[in-house]
Design a protein around this ligand. Structure first.
Ligand code: ADP
Ligand code: ZN
Ligand code: ZN
Length: 732
């Protein structure tokens, strides 16, 4: 038999199938194997098996050995990898790697084995003790201990009674050592907590819609607090009852302790968590439990769509509008696209849920491509929280230079008096933003990246948020020597400081990228807040996600405007989503909620629609805008990115690529709405210069698209990185 092997080297030149002779044992599709390759050995994947090779027998080398005891990839995963390769034009090896934990490659992780001991059966413990030499107390004690305990960890009794005593007992045949494979279970400390609830009528009919529809995808459009999680849990439950498995995707696992806790409570060890924050061992064990069918539910961020489950029945994508579902490194996939392909292969259903669906998804739901389930009311039967708009222009005129408007101060006071909790949402990190020279206008910038630096008060450094470099604080302007430097803007640290001044007796928690470096960081903060150990939670986007804190009755949005100024076509959509999501944290249980929204643009239409919870109105307006101006989903944005440390080579590549693409453009001018080459908005990141060819195409583009990929990627060299992005969520 002949195996068709993809070697695990993600390089265009070896991105093809190599034939190998099977070893003595015949291996199936999906096995990882070690093979001779050139003068070396390398790892590879068996993606095909056949009787004969086109190559002469003597030219074929033989597979050295399988790397695992079972095929690491199922047939479904192999076919999904083919899809990734085809759609995103990446080497097959890179596509295949998505399906296994990174540590498996190169044998960096192994199954953990634990050794136990027990007394050997068939000999009475009394006889054992009697046969011992006098003075062998340690051995006698060990026998007694094992007699009462039944079995013990080898490491434990070695420690208790001494290695030599245990060794002697082993040699006499009195004790038997046996091993068990062990799983390293992550997040043992999770509160496995679940309420037993009766479904609301909206929840029941949402479930019915999913179960009855003949369509693959159902969009669950449910307002914040409408009980979407319960719908997911019930759907997972019936999927398992039908003997199938499920994948549940969330934007960020670290922000969903409540969801994890509920899953654990209801489904126990059937749940496997896939998360980049796990240790290598934990990650491998969780993967293995899914691959062997021991666990039937995978929960994780976007990469969990590659979970090695068989017999898949359901894929859930919670907060489907979230930007984290788009991969920003190769393969640059959209999670829903991969999910749709996977559902096609496995017959699974997909449920995508949000209070603020993406324009794209809602458009598909209205056009009938997706089924649509709606939940318009909160579980608590109360209205969505009331908005109070604080016009910050008036505040400054009235002499209030604080980051808090008088409205917000008043509501915070009330919140304290009534013993409730509040969340304060702010969009920036650090104590203040840029450092600007008031005399010459100099702005401190990163040396490696073309972006401004941010001042962090706690560490006293200037930090680049793109590459992480830290610089010493400036005492004078490097351009003109002036000491008249200003630190404009405000960050979470400054807000905490001001809040502490207003409420010296209240505890305040801060949550942003600086306070949540390690994997438990988020959990800890969220737990403390949910245990009411603090009155206020101040934070960036992270506080906007799906949290459910019953005592939160107030949300303060400090500057609603800034996301309006982002320069890409999705900034309006993102602003609307963000405002709705943050507001949705207020008043979720039996108390009514309020939101104070601070703005310098109270008349802005998007803000007005968010305040009125007018998703429909927002959608219609945004859709009309995108149609008129030719943006997704009514057009395709393609960006060919060219990056290199060598500016000259980058420019040469850009020119060469542009010429090739121009031929395509000339042949298909009717399909193009826009076509040009330029520097990227951020000119340099990590010392790499960035250029782009930006294109917008009408919807009849499929074959043109492949041509664009092939032509532009052909220019890649060792010093220049070229990649293509489709409808990228960031255009910086
Ligand atoms: P969403 O994700 O739609 O914002 P959640 O799923 O977090 O909302 O649910 C909001 C709250 O309502 C949670 O505390 C949840 O436990 C509770 N809940 C959900 N369904 C029910 C129900 N049928 N009866 C009572 N409480 C419910
Ligand atoms: Zn200056
Ligand atoms: Zn930098």
């Amino acid at each position: 038999m002949i195996a068709e092997v993809i070697v695990d080297i993600a390089h265009g030149e070896v991105d093809r199938v190599f034939d190998y002779k099977m070893p003595d044992i015949s291996l199936e599709l999906g096995f990882r194997v070690e093979v001779p390759f050139g003068r070396q050995k390398t790892e590879g994947f068996i993606i095909g098996v056949k009787d004969k090779s086109d190559l002469p027998e003597e030219k074929l080398k033989e597979i050295i050995r399988p790397l695992d005891e079972f095929p690491a990839l199922s047939c479904e995963c192999l076919r999904l990898a083919e899809f990734l390769k085809r759609k995103y034009h990446v080497p097959f090896a890179l596509a295949l790697r998505q399906f296994i934990p990174a540590e498996l490659r190169g044998g960096r992780v192994k199954q953990k084995v634990i050794s136990f001991v027990s007394l050997t059966e068939g000999i009475s413990p009394l006889d054992m003790v009697a046969s011992l030499r006098k003075g062998s107390t340690a051995q006698a004690n060990a026998i007694g201990y094992l007699h009462t305990e039944g079995r013990a960890l080898l490491s434990e009794i070695n420690e208790k009674f001494g290695n030599s005593a245990i060794k002697a007992l082993k040699e006499k045949g009195f004790i038997t050592v046996f091993t068990e494979k062990a799983s390293r279970v992550p997040y043992r400390e999770l509160d496995a907590f679940s309420k037993d609830v009766e479904l609301s009528s909206e929840q029941s009919s949402a479930i019915e819609t999913v179960e009855k529809t003949g369509k693959t995808v159902t969009l669950l459009h449910g307002v914040t607090g409408s009980g979407k999680t319960e719908v997911y849990l019930r759907l997972i439950n019936s999927t398992l009852k039908n003997g199938k498995t499920a994948i549940m995707l969330v934007p960020e696992i670290a922000l969903t302790p409540q969801m994890l806790g509920q899953l654990r409570a209801r489904f126990g060890d059937n749940v496997s968590i896939i998360h980049s924050g796990l240790s290598a061992g934990e990650r491998y064990d969780e993967w293995l439990r899914l691959r062997t069918g021991e666990a039937k539910i995978a929960i994780g961020a976007r990469s969990a769509i590659f979970a090695p489950l068989e017999n898949l029945g359901l894929i859930i994508i919670d907060e489907e509008h979230d930007g984290s579902y788009e991969a920003e490194t190769s393969p640059r996939y959209k999670t829903l696209d991969v999910a749709t392909e996977r559902a096609k292969l496995s017959g699974a259903k997909i449920v995508i849920g949000s209070a603020t669906p993406s324009i794209d998804s809602y458009d598909k739901a209205l056009s009938g491509e997706y089924a649509l389930a709606k939940m318009n009311t909160r579980i608590n039967g109360k209205n969505l929280p009331e908005f109070i708009v604080a016009d910050m222009r008036g505040e400054v005129r009235r002499g209030n230079h604080s980051v808090f408007s008088s409205d917000l101060k008043e509501e915070l006071k009330r919140c304290v008096e009534e013993d409730n909790q509040a969340i304060i949402f702010f969009n920036r990190r650090g104590y203040s933003q840029q450092v600007i020279c008031r005399d010459c206008g100099y702005v401190a910038r990163c040396e490696n990246c073309d972006v401004t630096l941010n001042y962090h008060r706690d560490t006293g450094v200037l930090k680049c948020h793109y590459c992480g470099s830290a610089y010493k604080m400036l005492s004078a302007c490097p351009e003109c020597g002036s000491v008249n430097l200003s630190y404009s803007g405000a960050g979470t640290q400054r807000i905490v400081a001001e809040l502490k001044q207003l409420f010296p007796n209240e505890e305040i928690l801060r949550m942003d990228n600086d306070t949540t470096r390690n994997k438990e960081g988020h959990f800890k903060i969220l737990k403390e807040f949910s245990d009411k150990k603090a009155r206020f939670l101040v934070g960036t986007q992270m506080v906007a996600k799906g949290h459910d804190f019953p005592s939160v009755t107030l949300v303060g949005i400090l500057d609603a405007d800034m996301s309006l100024y982002f320069s890409d076509y999705r900034s309006t959509e993102r602003t609307f989503q963000l405002l709705t999501q943050v507001a949705g944290r207020s008043g979720r249980a039996n108390k009514k909620g309020k939101v104070v929204l601070q703005t310098y643009n109270p008349d802005n239409v998007t803000l007005q629609q968010a305040i009125a919870y007018d998703y429909e109105g927002f959608f219609q307006r945004e859709r009309a805008m995108r149609k008129a101006t030719g943006f997704p989903p009514y057009a395709l944005v393609l960006r060919v990115m060219i990056e290199s440390e060598d500016d000259g080579e980058a420019i040469d590549t850009l020119k060469a690529d542009f010429e090739k693409l121009k031929n395509i453009y000339n042949k298909n001018q009717d399909n193009f709405l826009f076509f040009n080459k330029m520097r990227s908005p951020v000119k340099k990141i990590n010392n790499k210069y960035r250029y782009q060819v930006l294109m917008r195409l009408t919807c009849e583009y499929e074959n043109v698209k492949d041509e664009i990929y092939q032509n532009s990627l052909a220019e890649k060299t060792a010093k220049v990185l070229v990649y293509v992005e489709e409808n990228p969520s960031n255009l910086y």
